[in-house]
Design a protein around this ligand. Structure first.
Ligand code: NI
Length: 229
């Protein structure tokens, strides 16, 4: 399931992010890649402990905490601090898979990467190429979103970032361990929640209250069966 989360950051925040990232200290993106991914990764990123990355990452996480679409789609248990990358002048990140388990920087803990996310920070008209291509069950899907929008996709997918042939593509990327490990179960819960909201939002609120409440009970009973905390 690919889900687009619109407007995670607003225009003012995006301007501040881009301004601060323009003077950031970028390092070779291969620092965080595994053995195979290293061979196809040609970009730059902020190191895990970069103070600017930490500060901007917190802004993103605070925004996501208030985002109900994100909560329903991801059912997040743990989120790794967001990282930042920069693709320009032919930079690319070829086909790869993300490691299933990642350490939480500065701790002895690890998370399982059930979901990957990319938050686009640059205006898509300001650069050519740089599409995120995700191999979905229905074939490859190309994603290039407006600045401030984010895509959430299964950590199990093979994916790539096409070469940037003009301009600069700034993005934030991070991983989420979900309370519900399997993508198809998260999709069932997401579809059910969407349908409940429709039922609850139509017609007389009193007549809709019955079925919406019962369906909501089904949702929570499924979540109780499937959630791991
Ligand atoms: Ni990746």
């Amino acid at each position: 399931m690919l889900i687009q989360i619109p407007s995670v950051l607003d225009a003012t925040q995006l301007q501040e992010f881009r301004q601060q990232l323009d003077s950031a200290e970028w390092v070779d993106g291969r620092i965080s890649a595994g053995y195979l991914a290293k061979q196809v990764k040609h970009n730059r990123q902020l190191s895990d402990d970069n103070p600017l990355g930490k500060k901007l990452g917190e802004v993103i996480l605070r925004s996501l905490q208030r985002n109900s679409l994100f909560s329903v789609a991801a059912l997040p248990l743990r989120i790794l601090p967001p990282l930042f990358n920069c693709h320009e002048s032919g930079n690319t990140y070829g086909r790869h898979v993300d490691g299933a388990i990642r350490p939480i920087p500065g701790s002895m803990h690890r998370i399982r990467t059930d979901l990957s996310s990319t938050l686009f920070l640059s205006d898509p008209a300001s650069y050519d190429g740089g599409e995120l291509v995700i191999d979905d069950t229905l074939g490859p899907r190309e994603v290039k979103l407006a600045a401030g929008d984010m895509v959430l996709y299964p950590g199990t997918s093979v994916h790539q970032v096409r070469p940037v042939t003009r301009g600069k593509r700034l993005a934030s990327f991070f991983w989420i361990q979900s309370m519900v490990r399997e993508d198809h179960k998260r999709k069932i819960l997401f579809d059910l929640d969407t349908a409940i909201q429709r039922v609850a939002g139509t017609g007389n609120p009193n007549s809709a209250a019955g079925p919406a409440t019962e369906l909501s009970g089904v949702y929570h009973n499924l979540l109780r069966l499937w959630a791991e905390l």
